[in-house]
Design a protein around this ligand. Structure first.
Ligand SMILES: Cc1cc2nc3c(=O)[nH]c(=O)nc-3n(C[C@H](O)[C@H](O)[C@H](O)COP(=O)(O)OP(=O)(O)OC[C@H]3O[C@@H](n4cnc5c(N)ncnc54)[C@H](O)[C@@H]3O)c2cc1C
Length: 271
């Protein structure tokens, strides 16, 4: 932080992106500021405070749930739209953030801008097939959340681009979902494992399922074999066995693998 020379308050996305791209300022976006101060690269000379940029709204648009990147965990927890989506799982996940102080300041944009093992929203967004709207030199574009951390993206959000919206697709509105943060205490940021399960019913079977895993690595991942077993209708026990095997292969360790498998079995039994 000792290298910070300037503090900027842009009031539009366009102005913010222009400042990020201006080599003279060596700027980095700051939203709630809960993480950036701990992880600030030495090369950064300008804090680009985006609190005045109008990207905080939570709305329905074209049948999708659109969460502004500047919405805080508390905004999301209390939002009627989020509480009414997919059984309220997005609000329930926001409420699992470690403390009310952090929930008041931390934004969803800051939570997903960089991969971080213990951040809550990456695993949730992966399990909901979310998309992220980015504003950069070449204008606005919508990317699948699962591609946000791939080198092919060619952008470094916060340094050369801004996340403006998170788009949760309309198809997930009635999905049955569960988010689990398995941690030592409710107020821990660190967790043993985070899990996101979702399922869409079709008749007596399932049309779609997602099993997403966080906290084992900076980027969350899906468990494709477990998803296949769930879709096949083989039942909760078979799904739990497949999940334990996939987590074992991901070097989750015995405790995480067996606890997560039990949690999946409970979810599968409740669909
Ligand atoms: C004590 C403590 C407890 C915590 N507990 C939890 C917890 O339980 N769960 C959890 O998930 N996290 C937790 N965190 C982590 C952190 O608060 C979150 O990741 C938070 O969401 C970061 O959001 P922010 O708005 O504060 O981001 P900032 O700190 O302002 O920024 C973080 C990064 O994101 C970039 N950025 C921010 N907004 C944008 C945007 N719109 N577009 C592009 N880049 C952007 C910044 O440039 C920076 O690199 C905790 C942190 C602390 C200090």
């Amino acid at each position: 932080m000792k290298n910070i020379k300037y503090y900027a308050f842009p009031s539009t996305t366009k102005e913010a992106v222009a400042l990020l791209l201006n080599k003279r300022y060596k700027a980095m976006a700051l939203a709630g500021g809960t993480l950036v101060a701990k992880t600030l690269p030495e090369t950064v000379e300008t804090y680009l405070d985006i609190k005045n940029v109008p990207i905080k709204n939570i709305k329905l648009q074209g049948g999708n749930l659109v969460i502004g990147a500047g919405a805080t965990f508390n905004d999301i927890d209390l939002s009627k739209l989020c509480r009414g989506w997919a059984g309220g799982v997005i609000s329930a996940a926001a409420a699992k953030c470690s403390s009310q102080l952090i929930r008041n300041m931390a934004t969803i944009g800051g939570n997903v801008a960089r991969p971080h093992s213990f951040n809550i929203f990456p695993v949730v967004l992966l399990g909901l097939d979310a998309k992220v709207r980015l504003s950069s030199r070449s204008g606005a574009r919508l990317v699948d959340f699962q591609d946000l951390y791939s080198s092919g993206l060619g952008l470094r959000p916060g340094l050369d681009s801004l996340i403006t919206e998170i788009v949760i697709p309309g198809k997930t509105r009635k999905w049955k979902c569960e988010f689990v943060k398995l941690a030592k205490t409710e107020s821990s940021w660190e967790s043993y494992i985070t899990l996101f399960f979702s399922a869409e019913k079709k008749g007596k079977g399932l049309a779609q399922v997602r099993v997403a895993v966080g906290a084992l690595s900076p980027k969350p991942f899906r468990a494709p074999e477990t998803e296949k077993v769930l879709l096949s209708g083989a039942g909760p026990v078979a799904a739990a066995t497949a999940f334990a095997a996939e987590l074992d292969a991901a070097r989750a360790g015995e405790y995480r693998a067996s606890a997560a498998a039990s949690l999946l079995k409970r979810f599968a039994g409740s669909i």
